[in-house]
Design a protein around this ligand. Structure first.
Ligand SMILES: Nc1nc2c(c(=O)[nH]1)N[C@H]1C(S)=C(S)[C@@H](COP(=O)(O)OP(=O)(O)OC[C@H]3O[C@@H](n4cnc5c(=O)[nH]c(N)nc54)[C@H](O)[C@@H]3O)O[C@H]1N2
Ligand SMILES: Nc1nc2c(c(=O)[nH]1)N[C@H]1C(S)=C(S)[C@@H](COP(=O)(O)OP(=O)(O)OC[C@H]3O[C@@H](n4cnc5c(=O)[nH]c(N)nc54)[C@H](O)[C@@H]3O)O[C@H]1N2
Ligand code: SF4
Ligand SMILES: [Mo]
Length: 699
């Protein structure tokens, strides 16, 4: 028995995880004492991480489709099949008709390899990942206003804050160890404001809960700004010294009195004013936000609105404060940093910048195209329209996690060729032509970057099951088979060092440095050799060094309740389950905690619909239909229903709308309209409904 210290494979908090290894398997886990992020704590998912990667539940050999089933193959045969399929697609459709969707759960080294494979081997910028439907509006919005889309501060900063604002996020459930820190900061005396349509666990203990209407964030922020200007509470010295655009913003919100918009936001003028005074009056105000801001068809504008608020009060650039997008997946920050986005190379260097392209063309020995690639949803749309040839998906389950499941399924079925690289047989893998077995976090070396930009070492504890190998190694072998030798790295360290030599924010990091200590926060370069905990202290990383206020106007949800679909509908997360459920649902302990997919409604709405707690219900939107049970919950405001999205049996993404943000193509996962009906039979799973009624559930 020995122990190996590594990082939790679930959320972006990045807790230190100690694996206990005996006879070739991970027997159990424990927290790493004194870890800078988690300090000896883990949440229920972390404690259950060993179940998530159990060898007996894993794909062990490459699988090739054979009729309606599968046949096992060796790597030679499987990679040959994949290489030929990509070559055929490239011949028939050119580099615009192939693409790669990378994995925010895999390491930086895997992600660097994925985008290099797309750009150097396939010759396309069609590379993307789940940040698209997560924090892409943060990357785009904060880049416009502050020059950088990452969390400005560190999670430990809440300990210095005298005010903590949690806007459209549920950290006790979703960033639990950080949520615990917020609760401790509150107990120590910090004040807490929660802005959320639901009464979350933090909202229950908050000093102020602004229970806004779904999708009314911009109007609420503009009303707060109106109050700040009317009361003269803006930070004039800060604005003068560091920020452009004040007068335009002041004019823009001049008419947005809190009284005039109370009917849109559902928040009273008195509460708006109280919040304005608390936020402007705080010495150090830590603002964090999540999917309640980004997952809207106006997600980028939402992010800009919050950035306006923080800048007007001068709360960006000191410890204990800042604007902090709570990045979701264990390595989604890293997958973005590594350039698994269609418009940027590693380190956010734009593909439309000629000098940048020349650097990468020289380093990789392959010509680089000047036009940004397609986003993940643009790739699926192109596929559905018959315009896409071959797609590789590394560790994502879009059938469960992308909006409008019926559309996603049809798109993936319309591809000439789909290869999925996975730990287990997900709903998406079931549609593939080839499935390749990947090594899990506990079976490989590498790095993850947590939500506060901290790059941390992930360490191999056991061998992968069967023939599984690291994603980067598989990609390197595939590249060689397709005639490109530039990905034959010796080990993960060689990949990290290649990346650091090409991405300026990482130029002073190296594998050897990460081996020691508890990680480094980027930017880590000549100016900041030991990394940087607080961004924007003296100037902003924009051309002028100043931040920008950008006026944004209210646009509500694209689909609002009407006679036919009278209930507003949103989706959220449960503490005990994660993403598509393919890892968390392997744990019998976590699985015991929650039934498969439930619909939460206000008790008065439940009674008005003639239902009772736990009654079976059918839920229908314009796009699809599913069955589940209703839970009456005082956490829900009247007129709103919500469902978690973790359950393939009752996938809430059958219902969601894929209306998209014009800037980032983020779909509106947080708002649509539904109708709820009583059922006279127990809820059927989605497979049953499809078998009974045909695809799409008769929508
Ligand atoms: N247990 C668990 N933890 C996870 C995950 C998981 O699946 N399970 N996933 C990880 C990932 S990928 C991510 S991105 C993070 C996400 O973490 P969060 O951002 O916390 O995610 P959600 O629960 O989807 O949504 C947050 C809140 O937004 C609120 N909301 C909806 N609409 C609005 C609105 O218009 N305005 C405001 N102010 N609020 C609104 C919802 O009521 C909800 O409480 O969690 C990570 N952690
Ligand atoms: N309705 C609704 N839908 C949503 C959301 C919502 O709030 N509401 N949230 C969205 C958000 S924020 C996100 S981030 C997405 C998440 O969507 P996904 O990324 O599809 O969800 P995950 O469950 O994280 O799936 C990751 C897969 O990666 C595999 N995996 C883990 N480690 C590795 C590895 O090292 N290599 C490989 N190859 N595979 C690996 C796991 O087995 C798992 O199946 O869901 C989105 N969908
Ligand atoms: S808070 Fe996140 S990183 Fe920490 S143990 Fe829980 S899931 Fe893992
Ligand atoms: Mo996410």
């Amino acid at each position: 028995m020995h122990t190996v210290d590594t990082i939790c494979p679930f959320c972006g908090v990045g807790c230190g995880l100690r694996l206990h290894v005996g006879s070739g398997r991970v027997d159990s886990v424990a927290p790493v004492p004194g870890h800078p992020v988690s300090d000896g704590r883990l949440c229920a998912k972390g404690w259950n991480a060993a179940f998530a990667v159990e060898p007996q539940d894993r794909i062990r050999r490459p699988l090739l489709r054979a009729g309606r089933g599968w046949r096992e193959a060796d790597w030679d045969e499987a990679l040959e099949r994949v290489a030929r399929a990509f070559e055929v697609a490239l011949d028939e459709r050119g580099p615009g008709g192939v693409g790669v969707i990378s994995c925010a759960r895999a390491t930086n080294e895997d992600n660097y390899a994925a985008q290099k494979f797309a750009r150097a081997v396939l010759g396309t910028h069609n590379v993307d990942h789940c940040a698209r439907i997560c924090h892409s509006p943060s990357v785009a919005g904060l880049r416009q206003t502050l020059g950088s889309g990452a969390m400005s501060n560190s999670m430990a900063d809440v300990e210095q804050a005298d005010l903590i604002v949690v806007w459209g996020a549920d950290p006790t459930e979703n960033h639990s160890v950080f949520g615990g820190r917020i609760l401790r900061a509150k107990a120590r005396g910090a004040r807490l404001v929660v802005v959320d349509p639901r009464t979350t666990r933090l909202a229950r203990v908050a000093d102020l809960h602004l229970q806004l209407r779904l999708g009314s964030n911009i109007t609420l922020v503009n009303a707060v700004l109106h109050c700040l200007f009317a009361l003269g509470l803006e930070d004039r010295a800060y604005l003068e010294a560091r920020v452009d655009g004040l007068e335009e913003l002041r004019r823009h919100v001049a008419g947005t009195t809190p009284e005039s918009v109370a009917a849109i936001t559902g928040v009273t003028a008195e509460q708006v004013e109280r919040f304005a005074c608390m936020y402007a009056g705080a010495r150090r105000a830590f603002l964090c936000y999540g999917m309640g801001i980004t997952q809207y068809a106006h997600g980028t504008a939402n992010v800009i609105a919050l950035s306006n608020l923080a800048l007007v009060c001068g709360h960006v650039g000191q410890s204990g404060a800042g604007i902090n997008p709570l990045r979701g997946q264990n390595n989604v920050q890293g997958a973005c940093d590594m350039g698994c986005l269609p418009n940027v190379y590693p380190g956010y260097q734009a593909v439309d910048d000629e000098a940048v392209r020349r650097t990468f063309a020289a380093a990789w020995g392959r010509e680089q195209g000047a036009v940004a690639g397609l986003t993940s949803l643009q790739m699926t749309t192109a596929a559905r329209e018959g315009g896409f040839g071959a797609l590789m998906i590394l560790g994502e389950d879009p059938v469960v996690t992308d909006p409008d499941q019926t559309h996603v399924r049809r798109a993936l079925e319309a591809l000439d060729f789909l290869v999925v690289v996975e730990l287990t047989m997900t709903e998406t893998a079931k549609l593939a032509d080839v499935v390749l077995p990947a090594a899990a976090f506990s079976e490989k070396d590498g790095t993850f970057t947590n939500c506060e930009r901290r790059v941390q070492r992930v360490r191999k504890a056991v061998d992968p099951p069967g023939d599984a190998i690291e994603d980067w190694r598989m990609l390197g072998r595939l590249a060689a088979r397709m005639g490109y030798e530039g990905m034959g790295w010796r080990d993960a360290g060689a990949i990290f060092d290649e990346m650091a030599s090409l991405a300026p924010p990482f130029s002073a990091m190296s594998w050897a440095r990460l081996e020691r200590g508890a990680g480094l926060q980027w930017p880590c370069d000549a100016g900041h050799p030991d990394g940087l905990a607080v961004l924007h202290q003296q100037h902003f990383p924009t051309a002028s060094g100043r931040a920008r206020l950008i006026p944004v106007a209210h646009t509500g949800p694209v689909e609002v309740p009407d006679r036919e679909f009278p209930l507003a509908f949103t989706t959220h997360r449960l503490h005990y389950h994660y993403g598509c459920g393919s890892m968390s649902r392997k744990s019998p302990l976590l699985e015991r905690e929650t039934p498969d997919g439930v619909l939460f409604m206000n008790p008065r709405d439940v009674a008005a619909a003639g239902l009772h707690d736990h009654a079976p219900v059918g839920v229908r939107s314009r796009r699809g239909y599913l069955e589940t049970r209703v839970i009456a919950s005082e956490e829900m405001p009247e007129g709103l229903a919500t469902m978690p999205y973790h359950f393939r049996e009752a996938p809430s993404n059958r219902l969601t709308n894929d209306a998209q943000d014009p800037v980032t193509r983020m779909p509106e996962l947080k708002a649509c309209a539904v109708r709820v009906q009583a059922l006279d039979h127990p809820p059927r799973t989605i497979d049953r409904i499809d078998a009974d009624e045909g695809d799409g559930g008769g929508a």
